[in-house]
Structures are given as structure tokens and as C-alpha cells.
Design a protein around this ligand. Structure first.
Ligand SMILES: [Zn+2]
Length: 244
């Protein structure tokens, strides 16, 4: 096996608020690449300008990908949320995904990476059909999907930093996440960490974030871990082996 690869996906990006700026600064000052999943129907002009500038200056430090349309919940079932899923017709899903992609392309042009992150990790076979029609190349949910045909490269973010304790949302400790990654890394060539900048709302939680980034940096230097972007994966080709 080659190097252990990980990717970091940060979701629910749409405004330049303090938690987002803090997260972005901490990753970028350590040169840690992050995939930013942007909500097209909510994103603000200031955020678009900021991400365009960042991607132009440091293309190897961030990807800009599509996170649904407006991140609405269309599920009628308690305890299950999705923007795309069983209650949404093919037509409705197509309209939303298309509109989202159009806005992403208008805003980011060539700086956009054709990857889709379904809000709440909800989707069905119709979602895949539309994503295929629209030319998406990467699909990133929380685990491997049940695609009937293999139409996308799957980049599941299987290690969530967020923690849900009886509807209370918090984060795992950096140490827990690193232990999980270290355990997985011998079984899987690629592990994805799912983060939400909004979670790091207090000084103690922000310390967990910086601790995590510091450790990732140290693992890169000392253990040869590599933090990957989706665009890098697309550029080099399918097959992590080719990246070495
Ligand atoms: Zn989300």
C-alpha cells in the first residue's frame, strides 16, 4: 500500500461569518487542503469573491464543490432529513440541481470542481440520474452509495467530526478523530473527514480544531500522510496509486 490518504470536507459554506473565517484561516495558514461544499442558493457575493481569490492564489489548498441547492429539508418523516430523496420527483430534483450547478458555474467558472455533496447525505436513484446528466464526476456522501451503475467517483466522508447527543450538536475531540483515522488508515487507502465550521463556536472547541490541524500537519511531515483534494484526484486519474 502507498501513502495513507485523507481528505477534509467542510460543509454548509455560504457566508463569511466568523466561524467560517476562523476555520479557513487555520487550514490555510498550515497549508492543509480542504474541500469546501458551498450551498449555491444561499451563497453570498462576499463569499464568492473570497473563494475565487483564494482558489486563484492557492489552487492546491481548496476545492469549491456543490452542496445541494438551498439545503432545504423536504422529508415528511420525523428523524430523517434530505433535500433530495424519495418525496422529490425527478423533475423537482433536476430543477434544483441544475439551478445550483448554473449558479456555481456562473460564480466560480473554471474554479468549480464538478463534485456534488447531497445535503443531510440524502439521495435516491433519481438524484444519481440527474447528477449524471449534469456531468458531475464526483459524489461525496457519508458512506458508499447503492448506485446501480457506477457513474461517479465516490468520495465518502466517513469520519464525522460533528457529534449528535440527543439533538445536542457538538464535536468529537481531535484525539478521537485522529485515533479513528489511524485505525482506518491500515484498512482503507482513503479516509474522508466531514467537518462543519459552524460547530467550532467556543474557545474550547476552536482549540480542538487547531489541535486537529496541527496533528494532521505533523502526520504529513513525519508519517507521510497526504491530504488530498477532489480536483487533484480528478487530474491524476482514478486510482489513488497513480498519485504516488
Ligand atoms: Zn450540509
Amino acid at each position: 500500500m502507498g501513502w495513507p490518504y485523507i481528505f477534509i470536507r467542510n460543509d454548509d459554506v455560504w457566508t463569511m461569518d466568523r466561524p467560517f473565517r476562523f476555520f479557513f484561516q487555520q487550514a490555510s495558514k498550515r497549508s492543509i487542503p480542504v474541500v469546501y461544499a458551498v450551498i449555491p442558493g444561499k451563497m453570498e457575493p462576499g463569499l464568492v469573491r473570497f473563494l475565487c481569490r483564494a482558489k486563484e492564489r492557492t489552487p492546491k489548498l481548496l476545492d469549491i464543490v456543490q452542496h445541494g441547492w438551498v439545503h432545504a429539508n423536504h422529508s415528511a418523516v420525523a428523524g430523517k432529513k434530505y433535500e433530495f430523496g424519495i418525496s422529490r420527483s425527478l423533475k423537482a430534483q433536476r430543477e434544483d440541481i441544475r439551478l445550483g450547478q448554473k449558479k456555481m458555474r456562473q460564480a466560480f467558472g473554471k474554479l468549480f470542481t464538478p463534485a456534488f455533496v447531497p445535503p443531510y447525505h440524502g439521495y435516491d436513484e433519481r438524484t444519481f440520474r440527474v447528477l449524471h446528466e449534469e456531468g458531475f464526476q464526483i459524489f461525496s456522501a457519508g458512506r458508499r452509495s447503492f448506485q446501480k451503475e457506477k457513474r461517479f467517483i465516490e468520495m465518502p466522508a466517513q469520519v464525522p467530526f460533528s457529534r449528535y447527543d440527543q439533538s445536542q450538536r457538538s464535536v468529537h475531540s481531535a484525539r478521537d478523530i485522529l485515533e479513528t483515522l489511524a485505525r482506518r488508515i491500515y484498512r482503507r487507502p482513503l479516509s474522508g473527514v466531514l467537518m462543519h465550521h459552524v460547530d467550532f463556536a467556543t474557545p474550547a472547541l476552536r482549540r480542538e480544531l487547531t489541535r486537529f490541524f496541527d496533528c494532521i500537519k505533523a502526520l504529513e511531515i513525519r508519517e507521510g500522510w497526504r491530504v488530498l483534494l477532489f480536483s487533484e484526484y480528478l487530474r491524476v486519474g482514478n486510482g489513488i496509486g497513480k498519485l504516488e
